[in-house]
Design a protein around this ligand. Structure first.
Ligand code: S3P
Length: 173
């Protein structure tokens, strides 16, 4: 069955936004980043939302946002790394979208995020240990939800985007 959206899923720092933007430009699709939409709607950063309203509140608006976005067409959707925490999120995304898991290793994620301060769930404790623990817990859910698994370690954005395009061109409407 043909799908109208391509949905990028995966851990924080796996390149969903960067690759999503490149693919959207190439296909002339609309690029949507769920975190950006949430920040825009809430008029505050993800860090601020976590700090003042808590993760539970964030997850609630994240699910609402996903439900809304999933209704659009010809979109490349970059999702937050935590969307697999709720089955309903995956369900809505799958109805209109082809889900691609950007599969990055702990080392790659750490390299991409070692200086990052915008991910509230990775602040505080030892960053690499936190990434390891969270990825171990989440990876089975990413794999299970995915229509396609794309390894991204040590590859250029251009190479990943081209590979992704070749693998999805039969699937999109
Ligand atoms: C989160 C990932 C973040 C953002 C929030 C929570 C997570 O998005 O939604 O900080 O639980 O993995 P990115 O995956 O775009 O960093």
């Amino acid at each position: 069955m043909k799908k109208s959206n391509i949905v990028l899923i995966g851990f924080m720092g796996s390149g969903k936004t960067t690759i999503g933007k490149a693919l959207a430009a190439f296909l002339n699709y609309t690029f949507i980043d769920t975190d950006e939409q949430i920040e825009c709607q809430e008029k505050r950063s993800i860090t601020e939302i976590f700090k003042t309203s808590g993760e539970k509140y964030f997850r609630k608006i994240e699910s609402k946002m996903i439900k809304e976005i999933a209704q659009g067409q010809k979109q490349i959707i970059a999702t937050g790394g935590g969307i697999i925490k709720k089955r309903e999120n995956i369900h809505f995304l799958q109805t209109t979208g082809f889900l691609v898991y950007l599969d990055a290793s702990i080392e790659q994620i750490y390299q991409n995020l070692k200086n990052d301060e915008t991910r509230p769930l990775l602040q505080g404790r030892n960053k690499k240990d936190t990434i390891r623990e969270m990825l171990e817990e989440r990876k089975p859910f990413y794999v299970q939800a995915a229509d396609l698994i794309l390894p991204v370690d040590k590859r250029s954005i251009h190479d990943i985007t081209k590979d992704l395009y070749l693998q999805i061109k039969e699937v999109i409407e």
